[in-house]
Design a protein around this ligand. Structure first.
Ligand code: NAD
Length: 478
């Protein structure tokens, strides 16, 4: 059984003898053990980061950028093996895994521009013979705590920019799919990153609490569920740390009566069921406005029947398993609850079995019609392949639904009316908005982040928000 341990100071190390099993979700079999780091592991990680910071923060941005360029090439060369690691431990299809690594790679690419991105501002003669300028300096040791659903991409939203800004970075990956982070760190070392600038520490809540409580770490970037995001935000503030904590989601896609229905159906199928719905930008609610509802439901249901649910090793697979046995049971429980609460169950993904993979954590694509605002399948994040359709009479009613929901990560509208599209972009209380685009994920040079209970903190991730988050502003008057 493979042992997944820490990567500290350019080496794989561990002190703790405590391990947690790691599973292949397609087979439901244990494939490894991940170390649950203890206080000694944590102290050694901090020591290594502290040793690395002094030189790294003085390394010129141009040299840092060249190492990032090497890193980009190495990730490109190794994308197939990285994707296999992701698919084996997460279960998503290889195409999905590769796509997500590419999105992370684009952040590395953005971060290679760091000499330009760190240029400050200068004002001559703010007073007679007095000039003023501002610079952005590194924070010190920064940390990232990441979720299971994007084991490569989400860490890559964080550490390339932090490191490009002259910081050291400690990554605490999800304990459910921890191997990819080790490979990513090894490739960075191979690219020329000095030992200790990027350390990976495996663990659970105990390691997270160590990260929060130590005065040696300046900032925390978190992505995961809302209750944990809230905890990280509150505790980080108590410990006087800079924090960005991205949480859960319930993304609505509004379909207007004048929408191109085929486009809307295609968009919904990919966004609701891709990656088995385990994306924070997955569409989990389709809002059908007016008389389009029957055609929309029929189109979605027809397309669901064509989806192939299979392990990632089957190259025709459209959708793999969910992450764990517990999570499969939780999703199936929500489906039962939705039915009991009175929603119409059009496609039922419970008890989904695949020959040869009977113990895999598969849930079939599930579709509910006539979902109401007070139902738990509407109010709560399910994080699985379950789509709720809610019928409304007007655009105003649809916009109210979007705005009244406690989450505010992403939303989209399908319409051919420019005025409605513009009204929606201006008035939706959501961080990322799409017009005739199902998953409006911003590119690396823009920034990713939701509103309301989907993000606690002032900064979104990557783009200039990332550069600002990972640096402190200094203004000089001379
Ligand atoms: P999670 O909150 O369970 O875990 C995230 C991280 O927090 C992991 O590293 C885990 O070890 C740690 N953690 C878990 N419980 C903890 C606790 N009690 N105290 C301290 N640390 C704890 O999330 P997950 O199940 O891994 O990921 C799925 C969630 O992440 C979904 O809610 C999804 O919407 C969200 N997500 C959000 C975004 C976004 O950009 N907003 C992106 C991806 C995923």
């Amino acid at each position: 059984m493979k042992k997944i341990i820490n990567y500290v100071g350019g080496k794989e190390v561990h002190c703790s003898k405590n391990f947690l099993p790691v599973f292949d979700p397609s087979k439901g079999e244990q494939i490894g053990d991940v170390v649950l780091s203890n206080d000694e592991d944590f102290s050694k990680t901090i020591e290594s980061s502290k040793n690395a910071f002094s030189n790294w923060s003085k390394t010129t941005p141009l040299k840092r950028s060249r190492i990032l360029s090497n890193y980009k090439s190495l990730i490109e060369k190794n994308i197939d093996s990285l994707a296999e690691i992701v698919s084996t431990e997460h279960g998503k299809t290889l195409d999905d895994a590769k796509g997500s690594i590419t999105r992370g790679l684009e952040v590395v690419e953005f971060a290679t521009g760091i000499p330009h991105l760190l240029k400050g501002e200068f004002s001559q003669n703010v007073g007679t013979n007095i000039d003023s300028w501002s610079v952005r300096q590194p924070l010190g040791i920064t940390a990232g705590i990441t979720p299971f659903n994007f084991p490569a991409m989400v860490p890559m939203w964080m550490y390339p920019i932090s490191i490009a800004c002259g910081n050291c970075f400690i990554l605490k990956p999800s304990e459910k799919d921890p191997s990819c982070s080790i490979k990513l760190a090894q490739l960075f070392s191979e690219a020329g990153l000095p030992d200790g600038v990027l350390n990976v520490i495996q663990g659970d809540k105990k390691t997270v609490d160590n990260i929060i409580q130590t005065p040696d770490i300046s900032s925390i970037s978190f992505v995961g569920s809302t209750p944990v995001a809230k905890y990280i935000y509150e505790e980080s503030a108590k410990n006087l740390k800079r924090v960005q904590a991205l949480g859960g989601a319930k993304n609505h896609l509004v379909v207007m009566p004048d929408a191109n229905i085929n486009q809307a159906v295609d968009g919904i199928i990919g966004a609701a069921y891709g990656s088995a719905g385990e994306r924070c930008m997955a569409v989990s609610v389709a809002v059908a406005v007016g008389n389009i509802a029957d055609d929309l439901i029929e189109g979605i249901n027809n397309n669901i029947q064509k989806l192939k649910v299979a392990p990632w090793t089957d190259t025709d697979s459209d959708m793999g398993p969910v992450i764990s046995k517990d999570h499969k049971e939780k999703i199936e429980h929500y489906i039962t609850k939705g039915f009991d609460e009175g929603a119409t169950l059009i496609a039922d993904g419970r008890n989904y079995k695949i020959q040869g993979y009977e113990n895999g954590y598969f849930v079939g694509p599930t579709l509910f019609d006539n979902v109401k605002q007070n139902m738990s399948i509407y109010k709560e994040e399910i994080f699985g392949p379950v789509l709720s359709v809610i019928r409304v009479k007007s655009y105003e009613e649809a916009l109210n639904l979007v705005n009244e929901h406690k989450f505010g990560n992403g939303t989209s509208i399908y319409t051919s009316d420019g005025e409605v599209a513009r009204h929606f972009t201006t008035n939706s209380k959501i961080g990322m908005v799409g017009i005739n685009v199902p998953i409006p994920v911003p590119m690396a040079f823009h920034s990713f982040g939701g509103w309301k209970q989907s993000l606690f903190g002032d900064h979104a991730m990557h783009g200039m928000e990332g550069v600002n988050f990972y640096t402190k502003l200094k203004t000089v008057t001379s």
